[in-house]
Design a protein around this ligand. Sequence first.
Ligand code: GDP
Ligand code: MG
Length: 174
Amino acid sequence: MENKKHQYTLVIIKPDALVKSLTGNILTRLSEAKLRIIGAKVVKVSRELAEKHYAHLVDKPFFNDLYEYFSGKIYGPEYERILVFVYEGEDAIERVRKIAGATNPLEADPTTIRGAYGRINKKGIIENVIHCSDSEESAEREIKLWFKPDEIVKPIYKTKVVYKNNYPVLEWDD
Ligand code: GDP
Ligand code: MG
């Protein structure tokens, strides 16, 4: 129990969860982790954003299927969206990953979100309901990818002021 770390983590409620009306269930399950939401939004996922988010998978043979799933295209235009959250708190990354469960829903503990609600669909695509960051490094990269500094209630990483049309805009200072 020692060495508790104050962390941030990115959580995405994927399109299959929206198709199944699981948003409330998932947020309720995540509340067991005793963390705080400090950023939240709904996003239509472009190919470019998906490639940046899943940079480690872009070269895999299943990436196109993954994109069609993650963007919601396989469910139709009304489901082309995801919900994105930043959670903050003690051991945020591990606590959320534990509640989310293993990547493959067939292998995930049935009491986890993925074990309870995920499946492999008829095309063989993993529908696992939720994304959550797997390390502090990926959490920072992912949070900076999906959120602008002023979309989170406090400046959790270093920022800089950039002038656009003589107007000051806050950006992440990577
Ligand atoms: P995660 O961190 O537990 O989500 O797992 P990864 O980072 O390894 O993979 C990211 C996402 O890509 C997973 O959640 C799945 O949606 C998808 N994915 C991973 N491996 C496969 C695979 O072998 N086939 C397919 N179709 N999708 C996969
Ligand atoms: Mg991952």
